[in-house]
Design a protein around this ligand. Structure first.
Ligand code: NAD
Ligand code: ZN
Length: 357
């Protein structure tokens, strides 16, 4: 048995208002003449957070448009522009949801690795450490702040740059930054965490490391989405730690059916990760009966709309494309259904499931 030697984030700060320590944290990492680059989610254009960014010297804020999930082309263009303008940078700081954080991780790696980010979509293909990188979530749930991947859509696949060089050097977990997120978005991204927990805890890869984090994360998700009558400061604090623990849980196990199916939707239809997972989870009673029941309860209790009928009118060719992407996610299926997964999740069965979404 070969056990995973898990690379973690190097430094973690947690606390309400911790964002104010950013200047102090960056100071020893600054190299003379080379700026810090802040990738700020475009939602924050003109918002108070933008003016709290500790700009020094040639530092720059780049607002990132996250209407669509990050693409390899976008990462390559950002890295090329920074090299052209500055030669080198002292570091990159991603501030936003999973998309802005993933962009920062990927650009950090492409500042030092040759070629296109598409060349590194896969496992352990990245060979050089990137530049110093910091992640600061403004939405909680994806676990992108702790993971060893950055999920990118490339010319031929949607797949992460999974490597020991991918985790952030530093993360700043400040629950104040998530407090104004709209209820729907908060729910979709929060459910990403809930689904990570169910898929990890119900999977065949489960071990005590994953269970310990997964159970804690699940517990925190329930506090926020089941027990609370109203969103409050404590909810932001709890969901931020749920995201962290849920990310740690899947780091040592794997996700499952909802993610495998949702990847197909996002590849073909551009459906975003959080909402895509919710659309799929809504129909997974057969695989996660208790989790789906509780999921539906949370949807109702929090007054959330989950879209239906998104696959209506697709051609068989399009269904085939989604099935191909989904069945390509072998470790996810193996975790969910065991070594014999191919005899359980046949193309016909998956076609029927997509037909219901
Ligand atoms: P997101 O980053 O795509 O953002 C969703 C929307 O919320 C955007 O419109 C954004 O502008 C807005 N937003 C962000 N912060 C806000 C705030 N505080 N208030 C109001 N609006 C705000 O959403 P997400 O669900 O956090 O991330 C999804 C992305 O993360 C996908 O690209 C997915 O592939 C990626 N992901 C990565 C990992 C990983 O391990 N690297 C894991 C899961 C998902
Ligand atoms: Zn996820």
């Amino acid at each position: 048995m070969q056990f995973k030697n898990l690379k973690l984030v190097d430094y973690v700060v947690y606390g309400r208002g911790a964002f104010n320590q950013l200047d102090e944290i960056l100071a020893p990492r600054r190299k003379a003449d080379f700026p810090m680059i802040f990738f700020l989610d475009h939602y924050f254009v003109g918002k108070p957070l933008a003016s709290r960014i500790p700009l020094r010297g040639k530092d720059k804020i780049i607002y990132v448009d996250v209407t669509h999930e990050p693409k390899t082309k976008q990462v390559d263009a950002l890295a090329a522009a920074l090299k052209a303008e500055f030669g080198e940078v002292s570091g990159v700081i991603g501030i936003g949801g999973g998309s802005a954080m993933d962009l920062a991780k990927a650009v950090s790696l492409m500042m030092t690795n040759p070629g296109s980010s598409a060349d590194y979509q896969g496992w352990d293909l990245v060979k050089q450490a990137g530049v110093y990188k910091v992640g600061i979530p403004t939405l909680s749930g994806t676990g992108a702040e702790v993971s060893r991947t950055t999920v990118l859509t490339g010319p031929v696949r949607k797949l992460g740059m999974n490597s020991d060089f991918t985790p952030f050097t530093q993360i700043i977990l400040d629950p104040e930054l998530t407090q104004n997120a709209p209820a729907n978005q908060r729910f979709y991204t929060g459910m990403d965490c809930y689904i990570h927990c169910i898929e990890s805890l119900e999977g065949t890869y489960l071990n005590e490391f994953s269970r310990s984090y997964g159970e804690k994360a699940l517990d925190l998700c329930r506090k926020v989405f089941v027990e609370k009558e109203k969103w409050d400061n404590e909810s932001d604090e709890q969901l931020m730690m749920a995201s962290y623990a849920g990310g740690m849980s899947i780091a040592y196990s794997q996700v499952g059916v909802a993610h495998a199916v949702s990847y197909g939707l996002s590849f073909l239809l551009g459906t975003k990760h959080g909402i895509g997972n919710c659309i799929v989870m809504n129909h997974l009673e057969e695989y996660y009966p208790a989790g789906v029941k509780e999921f539906k309860y949370m949807v109702e209790k929090n007054n959330i709309e989950i879209p239906t009928g998104i696959c209506a009118g697709l051609t068989e060719e399009q269904f085939d494309a989604m099935i191909n992407v989904s069945l390509g996610m072998k470790p996810l299926w193996e975790n969910a259904l065991g070594k014999d997964w191919e005899s359980i999740m046949t193309r016909e069965k998956l076609r029927a499931l997509y037909g219901k979404l």
